[in-house]
Design a protein around this ligand. Structure first.
Ligand code: IPM
Ligand code: MN
Length: 346
């Protein structure tokens, strides 16, 4: 019989509330012969306050024994900025070599968009997840003085860029429109830009069926708003991808719907699925959080583990639920989870 060993990191703020709904839908959609074993990890602000720990090595080790990780949100105003982000979330992405940060954006029917008209938005950002300015390669001099100097050096390796570019080409080749856009800033960041562009062009020769183009990141933000339908697959570095995917979420129904997968394609380590949004401490405990982003992240998790039909059922349930939503009658987090669970089961 089949089984899924799932590590669950509810985390901070609304994290536990949305994760509970994600698990509800996952349980409802899985066929009866699939055994779901979950192990919950107490990581995040509470743990840090209690013990000073962010992610002890012993826990990192046992996390490895899982098929996947479902994470809610990390970060809390009572913890200094960066402590949990670097010590927990980024530590997981780096330790488990999540070099593909997959962030699909789709404008579902009946969801609000600030854009004029209703453009047909359906693209996926392949954000590099282990390099760039996120590596912590920097330092400060003369801290706290008027002469303070700070560096934050972006790390880009041929190995790291090539593997994520290859993944993006493979994804583009498997989609009907077969378009791939490289986003960078090679008119200013000439060194990293050259590395990305030359690898992008070289790998592209192996994919003659994929139409390619290049955009500077500033221009890309314009097109996200004026012509988002032009995008199919986008590949970009860690920081550009971070910023672009918040904008992508904003034009496709908001951050409450944006899902992500931190993927280790080889399967050497467990991949981790999480909503793009943060811990939203301002609405934690109010029941206002939309669990849909987490539920869509569960769909990505299912597809990653080979449960394709189940992933589609979850996505169809979300589409149907969104189609029937009444903006004047908001639902609680729990209620939305119940509705989605009922739809995937029925
Ligand atoms: C995200 C978040 C994280 C990131 C933060 C919390 C470290 O913004 O997942 O997009 O920058 O990657
Ligand atoms: Mn972000």
């Amino acid at each position: 019989s089949r089984s899924i060993r799932l590590a669950v990191i509810p985390g901070d703020g609304i994290g536990p509330e949305v994760v509970a709904q994600g698990l509800k839908v996952l349980t409802a959609v899985l066929p009866p012969d699939v055994k779901l074993e979950t192990r919950e990890y107490d990581l995040g602000a509470r743990r840090w306050h209690a013990t000073g720990e962010t992610l002890p090595d012993a826990e990192l080790e046992t996390l490895k024994e899982h098929d996947a990780i479902l994470l809610g949100a990390i970060g809390d105003p009572t913890v200094p900025s960066g402590v949990l982000e670097r010590g927990l979330l980024l530590k997981l992405r780096f330790a488990f070599d999540h070099y593909v940060n997959l962030r699909p954006s789709k404008l579902f029917p009946n969801t609000p968009t600030p854009l004029a008209g209703r453009p047909d938005i359906d693209f996926v950002v392949v954000r590099e997840g282990t390099e760039g300015p996120y590596v912590g390669n920097g330092g400060s001099l003369r801290t706290g003085t008027p002469a303070e100097v700070a560096t934050e050096v972006s790390l880009n390796t041929a190995y790291g860029v090539e593997r994520v570019v290859r993944d993006a080409y493979a994804r583009a080749a498997a989609r009907p429109r077969r378009k791939l856009t490289l986003v960078h800033k090679n008119n200013v960041l000439v060194h990293a830009g050259h590395l990305w562009k030359s690898i992008f062009d070289r790998v592209g020769r192996e994919y003659p069926e994929v139409t390619t183009n290049y955009l500077h990141v500033d221009a890309a933000t314009i097109f996200f708003v004026t012509q988002p339908e032009r995008f199919d697959v986008i590949v970009t570095d860690n920081l550009f991808g971070d910023i672009l995917t918040d904008l992508a979420a904003a034009v496709t129904g908001g951050i409450g719907l944006a899902a992500s997968g931190n993927i280790n394609p080889a399967g050497t380590f467990p991949s981790m699925f999480e909503p793009v949004h943060g811990s939203a401490p301002d609405i934690a405990g109010t029941g206002k959080a939309d669990p849909t982003a987490t539920v869509l992240s569960v769909a990505l998790l299912l597809r990653h583990l080979g449960y394709r039909a189940e992933a589609e059922r979850v996505e169809e349930a979300v589409a149907a639920d969104l189609a029937g939503r009444d903006a004047s009658a908001p639902r609680t987090t729990d209620r939305t989870g119940d509705e989605l669970a009922a739809r995937v089961a029925g």
